[in-house]
Design a protein around this ligand. Structure first.
Ligand code: PGA
Length: 250
């Protein structure tokens, strides 16, 4: 079964506009032949229009967050239509920093996914357990609960627009990458949840990415796993060289 292969860079709250454009230029310069691999970057929203222009048709752009309402008196928020209008194709939803620093709940995440799909955005939905949950032996259950809550009410025919990213919270920004075995085992468990919700075909076609301290040094072991279809990279996506080294993994 050949699935989409996606290499995504989450820039978080880093880069000025000139740094962002230099980063895109560097990535495009070194991209070369990447066959069918899809490259996505998630710049800060204020740089989005210029980053979209700089990416052309080589790199897709997503934003890191949005609100679920169409419009209104929500100071500081951006709407799904604004994300679409700026030229973004993807939207990151439920990143652990949104959940744990900004208090986003499963219910908000679910509403955001519906709002994204309604305007034709492709949600990249993040799930992942805390270290305390892993140590208590609850990782699978936690991720299953997050996934079911996130996808509540999402129809089968919308699932071809959804990407899942498994990002164990203890691995994000810590340098403690999950072993390929730990990641693969969770990816299998995610496919089992998708199978229970949507059937075997969708469970085998939805791309499931790994994220959390992905680096050029550890990408090979992760990407060689059968159920890992790509990665969501934070820190190592902020320099063209390390992001390219990850993208070019054999
Ligand atoms: P990291 O971040 O690669 O810096 O651990 C990953 C993420 O938060 O998506």
């Amino acid at each position: 079964m050949k699935r989409r292969e996606i290499f995504a860079g989450n820039w978080k709250m880093y880069t000025t506009l000139s740094e962002a454009l230099a980063l895109i230029e560097g990535i495009i310069k070194g991209l070369g032949d990447i066959a069918n691999r899809e490259i996505v970057v998630f710049p800060p929203a204020v740089h989005a229009r210029e980053v979209v222009k700089a990416c052309g048709n080589k790199i897709a752009v997503g934003l890191q967050n949005m609100y679920f309402e169409k419009e209104g008196a929500f100071t500081g928020e951006i709407s799904p239509l604004m994300v679409k209008d700026v030229g973004a194709r993807f939207i990151l939803i439920g990143h652990s920093e949104r959940r744990h620093v900004f208090g986003e709940t499963d219910e908000m995440i679910n509403r955001k996914i519906h709002a994204a799909l309604d305007v034709g955005l492709e949600p990249m939905v993040c799930v992942g357990e805390l270290i305390s949950e892993r140590e208590a032996g609850n990782s699978e259950k936690v991720v299953e609960t997050q996934l079911k809550a996130a996808l509540a009410g999402v129809a089968r025919d919308q699932m071809n627009k959804v990407v899942i990213a498994y990002e164990p919270v203890w691995a994000i920004g810590t340098g403690k990458v999950a072993t390929p075995e730990i990641a693969e085992s969770m990816h299998q468990s995610i496919r089992n949840v998708l199978k229970a919700l949507y059937g075997a075909e969708i469970a085998t076609t939805v791309p499931v990415l790994y994220g959390g301290s992905v680096k050029p040094e550890n990408i090979k072991g992760l990407f060689s796993q059968e159920n890992i279809d790509g990665v969501l990279v934070g820190g190592a996506s902020l320099t063209a060289k390390s992001f390219l080294d990850i993208i070019h993994v054999q």
